[in-house]
Design a protein around this ligand. Structure first.
Ligand code: ZN
Length: 237
């Protein structure tokens, strides 16, 4: 059932839609992701429709490798966001290197995806772009209440530790960036570039691909929203 795919050669992104019917069906969705975003393009600013509300809390995650990257999968679904009165539960956290989205023409070294799913199985992804910085605190030291149990691949943390303090974001409708690249997916891409200590990746280095980002897709006629928030306070419960 699982069709093998990758990021280069005959199973690379240009060929995903040829690998099976399921992928070919997904690729028909006209508004694909990722796309290039810019502060200087025409943006619909601070629209009510683009508001996202975070209800994240500390919970237990298990660490797994699949779909060509490392994932943190929550045991239960305690963290969620609210978008247009619909609740989307956090179902997965993973990353791509280098970033998939590009902001103001600059790709970054890593992009985290916090994937959420509604009861109707609709997807919403929060994306955080980061630059590597060896002086940045390591992921497990950002929040001192975080508990990391490396041998058992278990971690207990609040997913809020991935979010920047300055919570301004772009919002648009796109697709999954991995096969079957189906849509619609509601995307929220923070514009504040976080600093991320790459030491964290050493632990997984043997299991990870050097490159796992899908190339930029055509923007077409898409509405891009921008919501500016100066503090996180108004987004919390
Ligand atoms: Zn992703």
């Amino acid at each position: 059932m699982d069709v093998e795919w990758g990021y280069e050669g005959k199973r690379g992104p240009e060929h995903w839609h040829e690998l099976c019917d399921w992928f070919s069906e997904g690729a028909k969705y006209p508004y694909q992701s990722p796309i290039s975003l810019s502060h200087n393009e025409q943006l619909i600013r601070n629209s009510e429709q683009a508001q996202l509300f975070f209800h994240y809390q500390k919970e237990q995650f298990t660490e797994k490798e699949f779909k060509n990257t490392m994932h943190f999968v929550p045991f239960s679904h305690e963290s969620y966001v609210i978008f247009q009165n619909v609740r989307y539960f956090l179902t997965d956290i993973h990353f791509h290197r280098p970033s998939e989205h590009v902001i103001d023409g600059r790709p970054q070294e890593i992009e985290f995806h916090l994937v959420h799913t509604s009861q109707q199985q609709k997807n919403l992804v929060v994306a955080v772009l980061c630059t590597f910085d060896l002086t940045a605190p390591e992921l497990d030291k950002i929040d001192l209440t975080t508990e990391w149990d490396y041998p058992n691949h278990l971690q207990t943390f609040s997913p809020a530790l991935f979010l920047p303090k300055e919570r301004s974001y772009f919002h648009y409708t796109g697709s999954l960036t991995t096969p079957p690249t189906a849509g619609p997916v509601q995307w929220f891409v923070f514009d504040h570039i976080q600093r991320f200590n790459p030491d964290f990746l050493k632990e997984f280095s043997e299991e990870l691909l050097e490159v796992n980002n899908r190339p930029l897709q055509e923007k077409k006629e898409r509405k891009i929203y921008f919501v500016s928030k100066h503090s996180s306070a108004d987004l919390e419960r």
